[in-house]
Design a binder for this molecule. Structure first.
Ligand SMILES: [Zn+2]
Ligand SMILES: [Zn+2]
Length: 308
């Protein structure tokens, strides 16, 4: 069975910090206060598509997951950017083709808009950092893979930059999370601020414009999904959403590059972002890259938030 997009750990939702937002007076009246975001959720809810009953082969058919509302998220004391840890650092790992490199640059630009944070692409690290004990050849495809746990714990954690809210490796190698799994598109820690994702299964961006767009869209989808986990966001179980788990490329391709109202509110609360401004920035990017479906989706959401 093909599997993908796992998280390293699942933590219990605790309620002890539920009053956090109430005591944060700097949020009062701001578009990223809990009150404003709850109002935005209600405006956007009519546009959200509820997830149907999971079918065999789909992520939720095989993985029982608790889901997480915006309210539960705020109460869970999530990991969020701070005044000193506020940069998303992308760490290229191993070799890339020229067009894959272009995808990395564009992905960094999109990620900055999606999370309202600065993004820095770090100097490349070589794949020779991964020892043979953390590599294998996949028996089904004969593809060389690297172990995600090694990348997170042994490559990224010791190098976590001081200013990084999140430190995420990006590689052209296929990824494998360990025994019982075939591969993953990406993996991230819910609390450890490290993650990794791979372009390996996302097509050939050098083929033509259409090929580039397909690889770019898949790369953006997985990169932002993993970074969502790094804000302590669980998999979405309520709606068609970029935070849904995916068991295969077709399932992942069916998911939108946008968040459901609850998950959008989590990102905006965590990053102190005005949802209206965020949608404007995402529209500009997706229009520039002819990601038409995604641009139209963002425009509908912007309209729902701004019309009287
Ligand atoms: Zn995931
Ligand atoms: Zn969601």
């Amino acid at each position: 069975m093909m599997v993908s997009a796992v998280t390293v750990c699942v933590i219990c939702v605790t309620a002890w910090s539920a009053s956090k937002d109430r005591h944060d007076t700097s949020r009062r009246g701001k578009p990223y206060s809990v009150k404003s975001l709850n109002a935005a959720i209600e405006k956007l809810r009519p546009l959200a598509l509820k997830l149907g009953k999971p079918k065999p082969g789909e992520w939720l058919y095989h993985h029982k997951e608790p889901g997480q509302t915006f309210k539960q998220y705020v109460a869970s004391d999530p990991v969020v950017p701070t005044s000193t840890r506020k940069v998303i650092v992308v760490q290229p790992l191993g070799m890339f083709t020229k067009s894959q490199r272009r995808v990395v640059t564009e992905a960094a630009e999109f990620i900055g808009r999606y999370f309202n944070l600065s993004v820095r692409i770090e100097k490349d690290l070589p794949l020779s950092l991964i020892p043979s004990k953390a590599r294998r050849r996949d028996p089904a495809w004969g593809v060389d893979q690297i172990l995600t746990g090694y990348v997170l714990d042994d490559v990224l954690k010791p190098r976590l930059p001081k200013d990084a809210f999140a430190y995420i490796a990006f590689t052209a190698s296929d990824l494998w999370p360990g025994k019982g799994w075939n591969f993953v598109f990406g993996q991230a820690s819910l609390r450890g601020r490290v993650g990794v994702w791979s372009i390996h299964r996302f097509g050939d961006p050098s083929k033509d414009d259409k090929g580039f767009r397909l690889t770019l869209r898949r790369t953006l989808q997985t990169g932002t999904h993993e970074l969502g986990h790094m804000l302590s966001i669980y998999h979405c179980t309520g709606y068609e959403c970029n935070m849904c788990g995916s068991n295969s490329l077709p399932e992942s391709d069916r998911r939108p590059l946008s968040l459901c109202p609850e998950c959008m509110a989590k990102v905006c609360w965590a990053t102190r972002t005005d949802p209206v401004e965020r949608y404007r920035k995402l529209i500009a990017f997706t229009e520039k890259h002819a990601l038409k479906k995604q641009a139209a989706r963002y425009r509908r959401r912007l309209k729902a938030l701004t019309e009287k």
